[in-house]
Ligand binder design. Structure first.
Ligand code: PRT
Ligand code: MG
Length: 241
């Protein structure tokens, strides 16, 4: 390639990289509900993550692509600039620490709540009195620690990465702190919700530096989401209450 063509190609690449917006989403409910919202304002993802093995998906907008990452990795990708913008649960955001991330919008999707749950026969009220002591298994140590500190209860936390319901059933912990949606998982494992910790929904998170460098396309995407959550049909399809 002639030198001028190389320079031109580099410049084109820079222009593409400079204007391209990468939206980080996790597969499953966050992907499904986010793209339902975007579809209502005419933004369509071109591949289906369930059938394609691609991790970077194109959209019908030339300057927007979607990056598929683990739910807990979304804030990390956005914080370090691997994606300019992302959608993540409040639970994940609190555990990650939101500093350095601009949070312009609660999308009100992937809604559920964080709860304390204990086995049917366990005297939670007595164990969780001020000054009491509990062993809690959870994937959410920051939220659990903050919640019990507020109640004046001492907790020994056991960090787990999944199937928390097993912990009280096997004697690993007295109770768990976990997300609850329909309540069926707790019910199937003979656990009872004993405290409502907080409501959870998913938020947009934006890389602060990218917001300064790519203000226009990022603002447009935030506005598109804002518009979508105001459309009643889109809200219903994405289960926004
Ligand atoms: O599943 P994976 O390990 O890959 O990652 P993840 O669990 O972090 O991702 P994903 O896609 O399951 O959840 C992404 C986000 O969706 C979470 O961070 C929450 O903000 C939100 N969300 C909404 C939920 C739920 N509802 C939910 N019900 N996340 C998890 N659950 C789980 C819960 O942990 C429990 O095991 O579903 C079970 C309870 O559901 P019910 O309906 O039986 O009560
Ligand atoms: Mg999950």
């Amino acid at each position: 390639m002639a030198r001028s063509a190389v320079v031109e190609a580099q410049r084109d690449h820079f222009v593409i990289a400079h204007s391209m917006i990468t939206l980080a989403l996790s597969k499953g409910r966050i992907f499904d509900e986010s793209i339902t919202l975007l579809a209502s304002v005419g933004v369509h993802v071109l591949d289906d993550p369930e059938t394609s093995r691609k991790l970077i998906l194109g959209t019908n907008q030339p300057d927007l692509r979607v990056l598929l990452v683990r739910a807990t990795d979304v804030p990390t990708y956005v914080e370090y600039g691997g994606a300019e913008i992302g959608v993540t649960g409040k639970d994940v955001l609190i555990e990650h620490g939101g500093a350095g991330l601009y949070q312009p919008l609660d999308l009100r999707i992937a809604r559920c709540h964080m709860a304390v749950a204990a086995p049917e026969g366990f005297d939670y009220v007595h164990a969780a009195r001020r000054g009491g002591r509990l062993t809690i298994a959870t994937k959410y140590p920051t939220i659990a620690r903050g919640f019990f500190a507020g109640k004046g209860v001492h907790v020994d936390l056991i960090k787990l990465y999944g199937s928390m319901e097993l912990a009280p059933l096997t004697g690993l912990a007295d109770a768990i702190v976990d997300l609850v949606s329909t309540g069926k998982t707790l019910q199937a494992n003979h656990l009872i919700e004993v405290e409502h910790v907080m409501d959870i929904s998913s938020r947009l998170v934006v890389n602060q530096a990218a917001l300064k460098l790519k203000t226009e396309p990022i603002r447009r995407l935030i506005e598109a989401f804002k518009k979508a959550i105001a459309v009643p049909a889109a809200r219903a399809a994405a289960k926004v209450k």
